[in-house]
Design a protein around this ligand. Structure first.
Ligand code: ARG
Ligand code: GLU
Length: 716
C-alpha cells in the first residue's frame, strides 16, 4: 500500500511539467527583438530572417491567406498548395454533383489539365508589413477629431503602398489601437483544385470528434496557384501557368517526437487576451452559456429530423456543422475558464496594475479612471449585451426563414431607389442563393426550430427590447397554430411563388412582399432591435474600446522591455512551442500522436462519421505503407498535438520543425484548451496537427496521385 502511494507521488512529480508551452502569436517583424533567442534555445535552428525578410526569399513567401478565413502553404516550385479539407470544403462542394460527388468520393487531378478552377477563390501573399504608428497618428492633436484624421491618414498610407504595383494594402490597429501596422498583399485569383480526400477521411469523425483529441481526421486538400507567364496575378485563363513561388516548404519525412520544437506560421483570426475581469465574467458566466443553451435546443431539434430522414440529413449537414462548431468550442471555453479561475486571475492582474499605477501620480492621472470605468461600462452594457446575444443567435442566424427574410428584405429596401433595369438585375442576382436556400430547406424542421427559438426569445429577452405585441403574445406560440398560420400564408416558404414575384420584380411586387407576414414579423424584430438595443450597445462598446485602449497602453508601459504580443487580428503570426501530449483530466494522460490503428478501431459503416473507405482498410490490412510509416513503430501516424498558441484562421497553417521543414498542417485545437483565446493554459492548450506523412500516404497510396510527390522536396 505504502509503495503504491510512493509510486503515485512519484508519478505526480514526474508528470510532464510543461515548461515549453508558449503562449503568444507574434508579429514576424518583431521576432528578432523579442523571440528568436528563446526560439533557438528551444531548438530552432534558423534565424529571424529565414522566417521573415523583405530582401530575400523567406518562409513568409510560402504562406498565404487562403480564401476568406484560412491559411495555406506552398509545397512545390509549381505553385502547389496545401490547406485543410474544411477550408477547401466550399470549393469541393461546388464541384460536386450527384454524378461527380467529390465530397463523398474525393477528387484527384491526375494531371494539371484536370485541375478545377474556382471562381471567387483567391490567395494572398504578404509582400511586407511595417509599423506605421507615427504616420497614422500624424497631426492628431485634438481627441475629438481623432477618428476622422486617423481614417484620413490610414487611407493615405494605404494608397501610397498600393501605388503602381497592383498590391492590396491595409492598415490594421494593433494593441487595441495603440499601434498601427501596414500589411501589403499580392493576390492571386486563379487557384485550382488539385486534390481532396473523401469526406470519410477529410472530415473523419465529423462533428463528434471536432475539437477533440485523440483525433484521426485527414483534414487536407490540395490546390495550385496559377499566374500569367511573367508570374504575375491574373484572372483565370487556360493560358495561365503554375506560379513559381519565391519559396516553398521542404517536407520532413522524419516525423515528430515529444519535445521537438514546432512553429506555426499563419493567420490567427481573433483573440481577447487583455480583457478586464468584468468582460471575462460576462463571457464565461452569461454570454457563452446563453449562446450554448440556444444552440443546444436548436441542434436537438435539427438532429431529431436528421436522424429520422436521410434527405434532411444531407440538407442540414452544413448547417449542423457550423452551428455545432462554435457551440462545442464555447463549452470548452467555459470549462477552461472556470478551471483557471479566470475572473479571479484577472482581478489579481488588476490589483497588480492598480499597485503599479499608485506608485506614480502621473500614472494615476492618466490611468486612474480605467478600472472604475470598466466596472461602470460593463454594468451598463449588461442588458444590451444579453439582448444582443439573443438577437444574433435567434433572429439573425437562428432560423432558415428569417435568413431568407433578411436577404429578401434587403432587396426590397434597395429596390425602391432603383430604376426598372437595376431592380430586376438585383432580383435576378438573388436567384442562386434562393436556389441554395430551398435545396437545403425542410419546412417542418425550420417551423419547429422557429417556434421553439422564438419562445425562448419571448421568455428570455427583456420585454422592452422586443416588438411590443410579440412580447405580450409569445405564449401563444405554444400551440404551434401561429407558426403554422404564418408559414402557410407566407410567400417565403414557397420557391415557386417567391421566384415568380422576383422574376418580374415590379414595385407592386416589392410592396406585395412587404406585406408578407414573415417579412412583417421579421421587420418588427429588426426594428425593436435597431431602435432599442443597437445604438446603446454600440455607444457603450465604443466607450469600452477607448478604455481598453488606455488599459492596454498601461499594460505595455508596465511590461516595458518584456515581450507582449498583440491580440490576433487575422494578420500573419508566429506561434512556437513543442510537440507534447497533455493531461485532459485527473488520472488521464494523452499521447502526442494517433495512428491508422485508431481509424480502423473507430470504423463503423453504420455511423456516417466513422465509415472508413474500403481502400484505406485494404492498405491497412496489407500494411502497404511505403515510405510513410513512422520508423519508431512501423505505423502510419495520422495526427499529433503541440503546444502552439493558435486560433480560428490558423486552419491550414504550416507547422514546421527546427529546420523549417513542414511536419504538418494545423487544423484544430483540443477542447480542454479552447479558452486560449482569452486565457492560455500551458498545461492543456494544444493545437491539433495533421501529420504531413499521412497526407502524403493518402495522396500516393490511397489516391494513386503519387506523381504530385515528384514536385515536392522530401527530406528523409
Ligand atoms: N474546429 C475546427 C475549426 O474551428 C474545424 C471545423 C470544421 N470541422 C467540423 N467537423 N465542423 O474550424
Ligand atoms: N478549425 C479552426 C479554423 O478553421 C482552427 C481551430 C482553432 O480555432 O484553433 O481556423
Amino acid at each position: 500500500m505504502r509503495r503504491l502511494i510512493a509510486l503515485a507521488m512519484l508519478v505526480v512529480f514526474l508528470a510532464p511539467l510543461s515548461v515549453f508551452a508558449k503562449e503568444g502569436m507574434w508579429l514576424p517583424i518583431l521576432l528578432k527583438k523579442y523571440n528568436i533567442e528563446e526560439m533557438q534555445k528551444m531548438g530552432f535552428k534558423l534565424t529571424a530572417e529565414d522566417i521573415y525578410d523583405i530582401n530575400k526569399a523567406s518562409m513568409k513567401d510560402a504562406v498565404v491567406i487562403f480564401g476568406g478565413g484560412c491559411t495555406g502553404e506552398l509545397i512545390s516550385d509549381k505553385g502547389l498548395l496545401i490547406t485543410n479539407h474544411h477550408c477547401g470544403y466550399r470549393q469541393i462542394q461546388a464541384h460536386s454533383s450527384l454524378e461527380n460527388d467529390y465530397l463523398t468520393n474525393g477528387f484527384w487531378a491526375m494531371s494539371q489539365k484536370e485541375e478545377l478552377p474556382n471562381p471567387g477563390l483567391s490567395v494572398k501573399f504578404l509582400v511586407r508589413m511595417a509599423d506605421v504608428t507615427a504616420e497614422a497618428m500624424k497631426g492628431i492633436t485634438d481627441e475629438s477629431k481623432e477618428q476622422k484624421e486617423l481614417k484620413k491618414n490610414i487611407k493615405e498610407i494605404e494608397k501610397a503602398a498600393e501605388k503602381d504595383n497592383g498590391y492590396k494594402a491595409i492598415v490594421k490597429p494593433i494593441f487595441n489601437g495603440n499601434q498601427y501596422f501596414l500589411f501589403v498583399y499580392e493576390e492571386y485569383k486563379d487557384v485550382r483544385l488539385v486534390g481532396a480526400p473523401p469526406s470519410a477521411i477529410g472530415k473523419f469523425g465529423g462533428d463528434t470528434d471536432n475539437w477533440m483529441w485523440p483525433r484521426h481526421t485527414g483534414d487536407f486538400s490540395l490546390f495550385r496557384i496559377y499566374a500569367d507567364k511573367d508570374g504575375k496575378p491574373a484572372e483565370y485563363s487556360p493560358n495561365n501557368v503554375p506560379l513559381k513561388p519565391k519559396k516553398f516548404f521542404p517536407i520532413s519525412m522524419k516525423g515528430v517526437k515529444t519535445n521537438d520544437f514546432t512553429m506555426v506560421f499563419g493567420y490567427p483570426g481573433s483573440t481577447a487576451r487583455y480583457l478586464p475581469s468584468q468582460a471575462v465574467d460576462r463571457i464565461m458566466n452569461v454570454s457563452d452559456p446563453d449562446k450554448v443553451a440556444i444552440r443546444t435546443l436548436k441542434l436537438r431539434l435539427m438532429n431529431e429530423d436528421m436522424e429520422a430522414d436521410r434527405g434532411v440529413r444531407i440538407q442540414y449537414a452544413a448547417k449542423n456543422a457550423s452551428t455545432s462548431n462554435a457551440w462545442k468550442k464555447w463549452q470548452g471555453e467555459i470549462k477552461g475558464l472556470k478551471r483557471l479561475n479566470a475572473v479571479e486571475r484577472k482581478l489579481n492582474q488588476e490589483k497588480a496594475f492598480k499597485a503599479w499605477m499608485e506608485q506614480d501620480p502621473a500614472r494615476q492621472k492618466t490611468y486612474g479612471q480605467v478600472l472604475p470605468q470598466f466596472e461602470e461600462l460593463y454594468k451598463a452594457l449588461k442588458p444590451y449585451s444579453k439582448a444582443y446575444d439573443y438577437y444574433s443567435e435567434i433572429i439573425y442566424r437562428g432560423t432558415d426563414i428569417f435568413s431568407i427574410a433578411r436577404t429578401v428584405d434587403r432587396l426590397i429596401k434597395r429596390s425602391f431607389n432603383y430604376d426598372a433595369a437595376k431592380r430586376q438585375k438585383a432580383a435576378d442576382a438573388l436567384k442562386a442563393s434562393i436556389d441554395k436556400h430551398f435545396k437545403d430547406y425542410n419546412q417542418p424542421t425550420d417551423e419547429k426550430i422557429f417556434t421553439e427559438l422564438l419562445k425562448v426569445y419571448g421568455k428570455e429577452v427583456d420585454c422592452i427590447f422586443q416588438p411590443e405585441y410579440f412580447c405580450k403574445n409569445y405564449a401563444k406560440l405554444e400551440s404551434g397554430k401561429f407558426t403554422k398560420k404564418i408559414y402557410r400564408k407566407s410567400i417565403l416558404t414557397s420557391k415557386t411563388k417567391l421566384n415568380a414575384l422576383l422574376s418580374n420584380f415590379t414595385p407592386a411586387n416589392a410592396k406585395k412582399l412587404e406585406k408578407d407576414p414573415i417579412i412583417r414579423l421579421y421587420r418588427e424584430f429588426v426594428d425593436a432591435f435597431t431602435v432599442k438595443v443597437w445604438p446603446n450597445h454600440a455607444k457603450i462598446s465604443t466607450k469600452i474600446g477607448a478604455v481598453q485602449k488606455l488599459y492596454m497602453k498601461a499594460l505595455m508601459e508596465m511590461n516595458k522591455g518584456k515581450a507582449l504580443y498583440p491580440d490576433a487580428n487575422f494578420t500573419l503570426r508566429v506561434a512556437y512551442g513543442k510537440v507534447e501530449g497533455y493531461q485532459p483530466k485527473d488520472g488521464v494522460t494523452y499521447k502526442h500522436f494517433t495512428t491508422l490503428d485508431g481509424i480502423i478501431a473507430k470504423d463503423n459503416p453504420e455511423i456516417y462519421d466513422y465509415n472508413v473507405p474500403q481502400r484505406l482498410k485494404e492498405l491497412y490490412k496489407n500494411k502497404d505503407y511505403g515510405q510513410y510509416a513512422d520508423s519508431s513503430d512501423g505505423k502510419v501516424h495520422t495526427c499529433f498535438v503541440a503546444s502552439n498558441h493558435t486560433t480560428g484562421g490558423n486552419s491550414g497553417s504550416p507547422v514546421v520543425n527546427a529546420e523549417g521543414h513542414l511536419i504538418g498542417v494545423n487544423f484544430d485545437r483540443c477542447w480542454e484548451g479552447t479558452m486560449s483565446d482569452i486565457m492560455f493554459d500551458p498545461e492543456r492548450c494544444r493545437n491539433i496537427v495533421l501529420d504531413i506523412r499521412y497526407a502524403l500516404f493518402l495522396i500516393d497510396k490511397f489516391a494513386g496521385a503519387g506523381y504530385l510527390l515528384d514536385e515536392m522536396q522530401l527530406v528523409k
